[in-house]
Design a protein around this ligand. Structure first.
Ligand SMILES: Nc1ncnc2c1ncn2[C@@H]1O[C@H](COP(=O)(O)OP(=O)(O)OP(=O)(O)O)[C@@H](O)[C@H]1O
Ligand SMILES: [Mg+2]
Length: 261
């Protein structure tokens, strides 16, 4: 079955969506069969991949609310060749309340992904919402490992303790959940703040791998306007190369974790 990697941080705007898209595209370039899953009611990843959300018939919402709904209805090809998508929909915001009354509400996504049809993929990359609610708990319960995109900002470090407390609590429901690494994003190469923050991450979380950083670049948003990944939009840019390095390091870390089991 595929390795499930969630891009996770309860803080908003840390480049979870951008990282899911571009690391996913870099994994495809490395020859992996990748399924992207959008679990954010904002549906940013879905829109970034060119899907018309308003006219979307089926989405992850249907899979979470009806365990018998067929996966094949929902999975679609995306604008990144080789990367399929399970889209999100704004209705997903309602799922939060609806799930409250369901049995095993924390395991809904795990059950959705426990489907033989998904053995066609090597990896599933999940874009998570910026929150710690029932949807994000579902992400943590269903995932094998987390990438934590983090912006070089003092407030970014403050939320990490809470994130790790949550991960520890989740181990009761999902003992295999690991943290593949921090992914520093929007890093200005000459910023003192960024290098200080990376140093602080090293000191405060010595056991967590630091994945190669992603530079700050306006090209990032341009590729999204074009409904594709930066690897398609500007294949030879430093930004694309940074995502390639991050994807390589992520795969190394995943292989290490599997060898450890
Ligand atoms: N490397 C980068 N350089 C400059 N801007 C970037 C970079 N990566 C992402 N951004 C921009 O930062 C903003 C937030 O990115 P993104 O939407 O990926 O974050 P997010 O964590 O998914 O946000 P949310 O928490 O709302 O889901 C976007 O405007 C995006 O274009
Ligand atoms: Mg997002």
């Amino acid at each position: 079955m595929p390795t499930i990697v969630a891009f996770f941080n309860q803080k908003g705007g840390t480049a979870k969506t951008t990282s899911t898209l571009n690391v996913g595209a870099a994994l495809v370039e490395r020859g992996r069969r990748v399924l992207a899953l959008d679990l954010d009611p904002q549906a940013s990843l879905t829109m970034a991949l060119g899907v018309d959300v308003i006219n979307l018939e089926w989405s992850i919402y249907d899979l979470l609310s009806d365990p018998d709904h067929p996966l094949s209805d929902v999975i679609q090809e995306s604008t990144v060749p080789g990367m399929d998508l399970i889209p999100s929909h704004p209705d997903l915001a309602a799922a939060e309340l609806e799930l409250l009354n369901e049995l095993e509400r924390e395991r809904r996504l795990q059950h959705v992904l426990d489907d033989e049809a998904l053995s066609a993929y090597d990896l599933i990359v999940i874009d998570s919402p910026p929150s710690l609610n029932i949807l994000s708990i579902n992400v943590l319960v269903a995932s094998d490992t987390l990438v934590i995109p983090i912006e070089p900002h003092p407030l970014s470090l403050m939320v990490l303790r809470r994130l790790f407390e949550t991960v520890n609590r989740i181990h009761r429901l999902n003992p295999r959940l690991s943290v593949a690494g921090f992914l520093p994003t929007k890093v200005h190469h000459s910023s003192r703040l960024a290098s200080d923050m990376i140093e602080m991450l090293r000191e405060q979380f010595p056991d967590v791998r630091l994945l190669p950083p992603i530079p700050l670049s306006v090209k990032s948003a341009e590729s999204i306007v074009d409904h594709t990944s930066i690897l398609q939009y500007m294949p030879h840019s430093p930004l694309s190369n940074a995502y390639r390095k991050a994807a390589e390091a992520l795969e190394e870390q995943v292989a290490r974790e599997v060898a450890h089991e």
